[in-house]
Structure formats: C-alpha cells, structure tokens
Design a protein around this ligand. Structure first.
Ligand code: ADP
Ligand code: ZN
Ligand code: ZN
Length: 686
C-alpha cells in the first residue's frame, strides 16, 4: 500500500501538497515533522507534514512525487499548532503556507546541513549551552528578589480576575496607567508556573524593553524566555527548539509572533496593552491579530486569558460589557500617586494672538523651565519622524514626491535626504526647485528631528535625546536611549509613539504633546478611539512615582469634546459617544469588516479589475459591498491599489462568505488581463 503525506509548503498557493512517502521514511514520519520535497523546476523545498494517509489523489493522471528526505525524527510543530494554522488560514483568508512562512523562524525552514548529533531520535538539535541570551541587563538583575506585597486594590483585582475566570476564559483588566497591572501579571504568572503550567506574556513590539524584561528576569530567572523580532533568526530558532524539549521555558515574554511558539502545557496567556494596533500584522499575509489568535490558542489549550490595558480597544470592551469576557477595573494609581493633570493648550488662539514661538506655547515653555530647574525630566511627543513631512517651493508650489508611491517625500535633515516612508526610496535634499529654479525651498510641519533642533535652540543647556525609528535601528541604540534617560543623563526626550508606552521613569514631571491634530484629523472611523488611547498613554508617562505630573496638550481643535474626555480620563464617556456613532454608521463592533484589495502595475487594469470584483461581490453580498475606492495611499512601490469594504452583520454565516470570497478571487485571477494582478483580503482590518 502506498503511503501519502499532505505537505504544507511556504507558498501563497491554497491547500496542501500531496507526495508519496517511500517505505523507509513512512515508518518514522509523523505530522508536524519537516521533510524535503521536490518543488518547482529541479528545486526542493522544506515542508511540514500535515497528514499521513493511504488515499490516492482523485485524479489518477496526476504524477505524485516522492518525499526526498525526513528532517526530523520528532515533530517540530505540535498537533494543536497545525490546527491553529488551519484556523488562521481559514479565518484570515490566506494559505496555510503563508501561515507557515510567518510562524516559523527562517532557520527551521532551511535545508539543514547534516549534523550527526541529530540522528537517533534526539530532540532536534537543541544544545543546552546554546540558550537564547536575554536582553542585556540594566541593573545587573539580582536573582531571587522577592515579589512585592500587593496593595489592597491589587489584591481585590486579583480575586476578581480569578472569579471572572470561573465563568469566562477571557478577562479584561481595565486599569489606569501605573495602577500596578504589571505586578498583578507577575503574581498570576508565579501562581500558574507553580502549578506546572506555561505562560505566554504577549506585548507589543515597542513595550518589550529591557526595563520590563529585567524586572521579570529578577523574579523568574532562567524560567523566562524572551522572543523578540529584533533577535537574530538563530536565537529565535533556539527558543523554538527549546520549547519542544522536556525542559522548556515556563514563561515566554514576546511580541506578536510568539503566538506561534510551541507550548506543551499552556495555562495562562497575558496580553498587555491589548488595544495596541501593532498586534495586528498588516503585511504580508497572514494579516492576523495576535490578541485574537492568542485567545483561540488558549481556548485549544484550555488556558485562561488576561487582557490588560488602561485604554481598552472597543472590540474587547464591548465583549466585556456584553458578558462575553469578564471585566475587572483598577482605577487608582499604585501608591496613591495622582493621575497627571492634563492642560489643553489652544494653539490656534495663541497663534492668532501671535503668542506662539515656533512649536512651543508659552504654557509649555513655562512648565518645561520649571521642570528642568527642579532637576526633573521632560518627554515631548510628536507623531512623525524626520525633519518635516514635506518641503515646497515658495514660488511655484512644487513639492517633491516619491516616484513610486502617491505620497510626498519626508525631509530628513540628519542624513540630508528626502525619504519615502512607504517604500524607502530616497534622494538628496534639493538645493533648488527643478520647476522654476528658485532656491528658497521651505520646510512645512514638524517631525521629531526638527523638534529636537528647536529644543536645542530654546534650551541650549539641556541634554536632549530623540527616540524614533531613525535613532533606534539597533536594539542597542534603543536600549541606550532608555537607559540614559532612566539614569537621568538626559533631560528632555523627544520621540514618536515609541515614548508613549511601557516606560516607567520616576523623574518625569512634564509631558508635552506638541500637536494632537495629526491624530485627530485622520479620516478613519477609529480616529477618536485611537487618539484617546494615544493621548492617555503618553499622558500616563508623567508623574508615575511621587509627584503629580503635568501634561500639556497642544491642539488647534481645543473645543473637541474628546479632548475634555482625555482631561478627565473619562473612557466611559468617550466609549458611549463613539459607540453611538459606530451603531449609526454600522461600524465594528456592530459589524465585521473585510477589506478586499486589488493590486496591479497598471492603473487602467487595476481600475478594471476593481470594478469587475465589486460587480461580482455585489451579486452575492449586495449593498454590504462599498467601493471600490482608493485607499489613503493609492500607489505603493509602483503598484496601484484599490479597495472594497465589506460590512457584514454579525449573524451572517462567515464561513460561507469567506468561501465565496475565495471563489471570486480565483475566478478573477483566471481572466487573462488579470493574471498578473494580486487580490488579497484583510479580515478585521485596523
Ligand atoms: P502599570 O503596569 O499599571 O502601568 P506598574 O505595574 O508598572 O503599573 O506599576 C507602576 C509602579 O508602581 C511601578 O514602579 C511598580 O514598581 C510600582 N508598584 C506596583 N505595584 C506595586 C507593589 N505592590 N509594591 C510596590 N511597588 C509597586
Ligand atoms: Zn518652483
Ligand atoms: Zn515610495
């Protein structure tokens, strides 16, 4: 009897690939083991066995090729992981091969070089002395430091969380910034591992700092593994392999992709900053939300889930309010520290009265001066990196734009270049206008680089640092900026959203938000939800330990009710008001959204394809299909994009809709003009 194996290959094609297993391999093969198979012209690929069976392909004319080699004697992907991959492929409308590609570190997908130690049923290739290095330590990390005593509010919260878990697998902890959520997590982690369970502690990229890992390592020592996208592939592969051994890390603290790690006895998942948009992968597929995948994963393992945040996402809060999740609140800061005082600064009015000097309003300058002369620190937040978002010729109005994308180029003064923030293309800063030859090109708007410049001019004595993607290309650089600020070697820290989360500095008395307007003016239906989250989070950096902090929020729209809600930290009011709008306009959480994207090199073809796609989708889904429209950036890296929005009422059978979407895609891509097009889906887009 012939033995067949259905193999997952890291390609965007749908489905599994069937091969035969020669007898000498069939006896050792198991689902979850890697194999080498012929794929494409004279090439081989590393795949994962999904299934072993004896059913020949339905079409007898198909020539089934043979598996060349087994890589593993034991599975590197556990059965529940394979089932989670399949769920992800179905739910997020991609191929299981794309999930495989995203899930597994590159090293585990390469054809391994022969290694004698691998033979004889050893667990595949992990060596004890080769464990993943942790983050470089900030404090030197004294091991065995005892878990501080919880405050009464924290103890009550833990009791309520335990109660909530009796009825709900998922509990939302809504606790204001600096209320001691991290201490609560640590308590629950200790409890879970003492019962022999494993814990996944999920964090957004920018929150996973050595500040936090040091704090955890002090308590949990060697039982803690860190999984970060800034680690090398080799290190990530080692963490993966270790999780398959009989001595895995009990606790993994990691970013989005750590939901893919193998866990053998998962008991608790913590998703910190659950509202954070970076949990959703935008590109490439799978366009998954790590919080939601973690919840699915926990359900399979029978594990409990704790979602923590000071500013819940509407999706989670809605689930908590409607009884799907448990809900626990923590409304005081730890140690009776007052929440910061937020002051709205009306820059429109100040400009009218000619009282603004550059980007700094008089009240902000005054607070900064006070803070600096008292030996305290300041954080300045601006939501854009670079020097200026664009430059123009003041004579003819020319603006340099990216030749490959529909956006203007951002001026980066430090490296003397104009850069595209979408495709990375850059050119030197022009000295004169190519249109009219004028040499007076003006910078418009302020990025963090320009703010830093201004700060140095206004506060020549102050020690200034900048934290954004440009200054933190390496983990080292990133950690250095944080370390220096924590040690008090920097007075003023200027930064993008990188400064808004996860950092706990005791000496910050003033936070300046230079302009809330770019946040508020986004056309997205989530603009206010996001603005509230971002503004509250950045405000939360002020006055975390002893004295009350001050936040100065500069804006041209000082009278927006949303800003009053930030001032009073009134999440409820914001939620109520925004939910009324969501209901009126049938947006999530009252509906589900799916974006259908079409992409092509030629504008005429993309438009044709978009129209055809919309037509076919409407035949089935009717008025639930909106568009096609141009997305905010309608051409990226030379590819034109169009988008349709599907608004689906919750009762609609999602499985059928998705099957139909796959079918429409397939039909469209077989039409001759569109064979070089791309059609892809973004399920639950953010
Ligand atoms: P959150 O995660 O809610 O922002 P943290 O857990 O970081 O808050 O706590 C804020 C500050 O209070 C930290 O400096 C932390 O060390 C301190 N803290 C929290 N709980 C306790 C406790 N039970 N005992 C001593 N210090 C605590
Ligand atoms: Zn000009
Ligand atoms: Zn570009």
């Amino acid at each position: 009897m012939v033995t067949y194996a259905d193999i997952i290959l890291p390609v965007p094609l749908q489905g599994l690939f069937t091969y035969t297993l020669p007898d000498h391999l069939a006896s050792q093969a198991q689902a979850g083991c890697r194999v080498i198979v012929p794929f494409g012209n004279k090439r081989t690929a590393t795949g994962i066995i999904a299934r072993i069976h004896q059913t020949p392909p339905a079409d007898p004319s198909i020539v089934v090729k043979e598996v060349v080699e087994m890589v593993d004697a034991h599975p590197v992907i556990l059965p529940h992981q394979l089932s989670l991959w399949q769920w992800m492929a179905d739910y997020y409308l991609c191929s299981i091969g794309e999930v495989f590609k995203a899930a597994v570190p590159g090293k585990l997908k390469e054809r391994p070089t022969p290694d004698p130690s691998r033979k004889g049923g050893e667990s595949s290739g992990f060596k004890e002395d080769d464990t993943a290095p942790a983050f470089p330590s900030l404090t030197g990390g004294v091991r065995g430091g005892s878990l501080p005593l919880l405050s009464p509010a924290q103890s009550t919260a833990i009791d309520s969380i335990r109660m909530a878990w009796r009825e709900h697998a998922v509990c939302l902890l809504h606790g204001v910034t600096s209320s001691g959520k991290t201490e609560i997590y640590m308590h629950l982690i200790a409890e879970a591992i003492s019962q022999g369970q494993q814990v996944l502690y999920l964090l957004p990229e920018i929150v996973l700092t050595s500040q936090l890992t040091d704090r955890l390592q002090t308590v949990f020592g060697e039982r803690l593994g860190v999984y970060h996208s800034k680690f090398t592939d080799k290190v990530r592969a080692e963490v993966w392999q270790r999780q398959l051994t009989s001595a895995p890390y009990d606790i993994i603290v990691g970013v989005r992709s750590s939901v893919f790690l193998p866990f053998q006895r998962l008991g608790l998942v913590i998703v910190d900053e659950e509202h954070e948009v970076n949990f959703k992968q935008q590109d490439p597929a799978p366009r998954y939300h790590a919080r939601n995948v973690a919840i699915m994963m926990a359900a399979r393992a029978g594990a409990r889930v704790l979602l923590g945040t000071a500013t819940p996402s509407f999706e989670s809060y809605y689930n908590a309010r409607t009884g799907k999740y448990g809900l626990v609140r923590l409304s005081e800061r730890f140690g009776q520290v007052a929440l910061p005082e937020v002051e709205i600064v009306d820059t429109k009015e100040l400009r009218r009265k000619r009282l603004m000097r550059g980007v700094f309003s008089p009240p902000l300058l005054e607070r900064m001066n006070q803070s600096l002369s008292a030996g305290q620190q300041v954080i300045l937040f601006q939501n854009l990196r670079g020097y200026a978002p664009h430059i123009t010729c003041h004579v003819c109005g020319w603006v340099p734009r990216c030749p490959h994308c529909d956006v203007s180029l951002v001026k980066h003064a430090a490296d003397g270049r104009m850069t595209c923030h979408y495709c990375g293309w850059s050119t030197s800063i022009p000295e004169q206008c190519p249109n009219c030859g004028d040499t007076q090109l003006r910078s418009h708007g302020y990025g963090t680089e320009r703010i830093e410049d201004e700060v140095r001019k206004v506060f020549p004595e102050a020690r200034v640092a900048r934290m954004d993607m440009d200054t933190t290309r390496t983990r080292r650089a990133y950690e250095d900026i944080i370390k220096r600020f924590a040690r008090g070697e920097t007075d003023i820290l200027v930064g993008t959203q990188m400064v808004t989360k996860g950092l706990d500095f005791e000496n910050v008395s003033v936070v300046g938000i230079l302009s809330a307007d770019t946040l508020l003016n986004q056309s997205d239906f989530r603009a206010y939800e996001r603005s509230f989250q971002m503004l509250s989070q950045v405000a939360g950096r002020a006055g975390r330990r002893s004295q009350r902090g001050h936040v100065l929020l500069q804006t041209m729209s000082a009278h927006l009710p949303l800003l009053q809600q930030v001032v009073t930290d009134d999440f409820e009011a914001m939620y109520r008001e925004q939910m009324a709008e969501r209901r009126n306009f049938a947006y999530p959480p009252f509906t589900r959204l799916i974006f259908v994207y079409v992409r092509h090199r030629h504008q005429a073809d993309v438009e044709l394809l978009a129209r055809e796609a919309a037509l076919r989708l409407r035949q089935v889904l009717g008025t639930r299909v909106l568009g096609p429209d141009e997305p905010p950036v309608a051409r990226i890296a030379g590819q034109y994009l169009r988008r349709m929005m599907l608004k689906l009422e919750p009762q609609l059978p999602l499985g059928r809709v998705k099957a139909m979407l796959r079918q429409v895609r397939q039909e469209l891509l077989t039409i001759k003009t569109f064979t070089s097009a791309h059609i892809y889906f973004d399920v639950d887009p953010l």
